[in-house]
Design a protein around this ligand. Structure first.
Ligand code: ADP
Ligand code: MG
Length: 240
């Protein structure tokens, strides 16, 4: 059974059909890339999965549970994390405080009064900063980071509550080539504990890190399969 199964998603905005019966299936510990031309429905599909948009029709199951009508907060508690959605960087706060806030947002308040919990949160915050090569900057305000580092901090914040599924919509937007390469490296270790759906324009980047790809076109799935399968897909080549 897949961790995430979105079936027959339709999303209509007024006269515009953004999703036209799209499917997306992601296994545990799978890195899944979502690609397609501008306006093909990638962001809308991600939002329907995360609960930021409610599909006109279709279902989303997560861990075997139908969450089609669940709120974004309920989905977060079930183990989904979307960069930007649950938390975002507060520029005046230090990196450490930003991470701590992201962690606390996912921890029930009464438990925080126990110092043991605070110790666990501290260790976890430092581990996340370490993993994203930001530990030297822990006491700096987030506004002092480069654009790429801010993106890494946001990914670290999304990962801090230890989600089962991380959703990243174009996380390398505006990054230099070198920052993109590092992003790929930084994402690798999370595979042991989490699945990933990542929307990307850069095919070279995505094929290096993903196990499978889904290609959207005009709101529907053009093709889905291994990177090799997609690269040799005649249907995909027609569009790209
Ligand atoms: P992608 O992320 O693949 O570029 P989107 O999912 O953002 O595509 O958009 C798919 C289509 O739906 C586009 O034509 C876009 O203009 C439209 N769309 C997306 N969100 C909205 C909205 N909130 N209201 C109206 N139209 C929307
Ligand atoms: Mg988009």
């Amino acid at each position: 059974m897949d961790l995430l199964e979105a079936r027959g998603l339709v999303k209509i905005f007024g006269k515009l059909t953004a999703l036209n019966g799209a499917d997306l299936a992601v296994a545990e510990n799978e890195f899944h890339g979502l690609i397609g031309p501008n306006g093909s429905g990638k962001s809308t599909l991600m939002k329907c999965v995360a609960g930021a948009e409610i599909p006109t029709s279709g279902t989303v199951t997560f861990g075997g549970r139908d969450i089609s009508r669940a709120s974004p907060a309920e989905r977060a508690r079930a183990g989904m994390s979307l960069k930007f959605q649950i938390t975002s960087v507060l520029p005046a706060l230090t990196l450490y405080d930003n991470i701590l806030l992201a962690l606390q947002a996912q921890t029930s308040l009464p438990r925080l009064v126990f110092s043991r919990t605070r110790g666990i949160l501290h260790d976890r915050a430092m581990a996340m900063l370490e993993q994203f090569r930001l530990v030297d900057r822990a006491a700096d305000p987030a506004s002092a980071l480069s654009h790429g580092q801010q993106q890494w901090l946001e990914i670290a914040m999304a990962l801090a509550p230890e989600p089962k599924l991380l959703l990243l919509d174009e996380p390398t937007g505006g990054m230099s080539l070198e920052e993109r390469r590092v992003t790929g490296e930084l994402l690798q270790p999370i595979k042991k504990r989490c699945s990933l759906v990542i929307v990307e324009h850069d095919l070279d980047f995505i094929r290096d890190i993903c196990d499978r790809l889904t290609v959207l076109d005009q709101g529907g799935v053009l093709d889905c399969g291994s990177v090799q399968h997609i690269q040799s897909s005649a249907r995909v080549q027609e569009v790209y």
